[in-house]
Design a protein around this ligand. Structure first.
Ligand code: SAH
Length: 287
């Protein structure tokens, strides 16, 4: 009798748990941002967590919503894209000294940045580095400094007939020297051409130009390729470069998106920190 009674009790308990209707709101507890009016206390904690997640996503340049209903692969791609935009922004907002420190503290950030950069470059109808290579292709025995060389494409394409020094904050290839391009290990007056192709990223543009001036021979060529939207006032920029001992030679706008300047080293630096050199950061749009 006792056995029968116990079994009935268990069955009754089971039944009572399973049959108890769950509040609809409770099912939605795991979804961020869904309010549950019944369990207000628990909700407060969740809301805090949600806001934290939302802030983190905003920091990476994505919205939480854009991440949620995706496949794992898509989510990963979006996070990588967000990380690329975050690093890119940092590079434009910091001095080159701070940028170098950032890569030293997180070496994987450099690879992430370049994976994102390559992704972006694939979408451009034209890459300014190829235009520069084409322009210098017919020349021989030049000494070229490629400042912020990235994948060192200039050395790859022109290195056979010329001497190319490739500099970047991090070296991923044996022919790339890791350094801040505001101080490169070259003697003064040794280069025929100095290239900044989409690499004037730090806020200390004047120091990059001062270094270019130091390593260039008199009449040596300074090539600057940049995104047009970075210039608030192109004329003021050109005047600023002029104050750093260069003369304007020519400029070429490409696809209404990039501009390529040629300057020539003509004289001494008049101003170490002229106005007009401030460039706006180049922010890439979300995919
Ligand atoms: N010039 C290359 C890469 C452009 S991406 C090309 O056109 O393909 C910009 C590059 O500049 C990045 O690799 C970045 O690390 C580098 N860079 C930015 N600031 C730098 C600095 N202060 N010193 C050296 N490299 C720098």
């Amino acid at each position: 009798m006792a056995r029968v009674r116990r079994r009935t009790k268990v069955a009754k308990n089971k039944e009572s748990v399973e049959d108890k209707p769950k509040p609809v709101e409770a099912k939605a507890q795991n979804l961020p941002g869904v309010q549950n009016p019944i369990k207000k206390k628990k909700n407060k904690g969740q809301k805090k967590k949600f806001l934290k997640l939302e802030a983190k996503a905003a920091e990476l340049g994505v919205t939480l919503d854009s991440l949620l209903p995706k496949t794992e692969d898509e989510m990963l791609k979006r996070l990588e894209g967000g990380h690329f935009r975050y690093i890119n922004e940092q590079l434009y907002m910091k001095t080159s000294k701070e940028a170098k420190k950032m890569f030293e503290e997180d070496p994987s950030a450099f690879d992430q940045y370049h994976a994102g950069y390559r992704d972006q470059a694939k979408k451009w109808p034209l890459n300014p580095v190829n235009v520069i290579i084409q322009q210098l292709n017919k020349r021989k025995e030049l000494v070229i400094a490629d400042m912020g060389c990235g994948d060192a494409k200039v050395a790859e394409c022109l290195g056979h007939n010329n001497t190319v020094h490739s500099f970047d904050l991090v070296s991923k290839k044996p022919n790339v020297v890791a350094c801040d391009m505001s101080h490169v290990p070259l003697e003064k007056g040794t280069c025929d051409v100095v290239i900044f192709c989409l690499s004037l990223m730090g806020t200390n543009t004047n120091e990059f130009l001062r270094e270019a001036h130091r390593i260039l021979k008199t009449d040596g060529v300074l090539k600057i390729a940049e995104v047009c939207s970075r210039f608030g006032n192109v004329r003021a920029f050109m005047r600023g470069v002029g104050k750093m001992g260069f003369e304007f030679v020519r400029s070429k706008t490409m696809q209404d998106y990039f501009v390529l300047f040629d300057f020539k080293k003509v004289g001494k630096i008049e101003h170490k920190r002229p106005t007009g050199l401030e460039l706006k950061p180049c922010m890439y749009k979300k995919r």
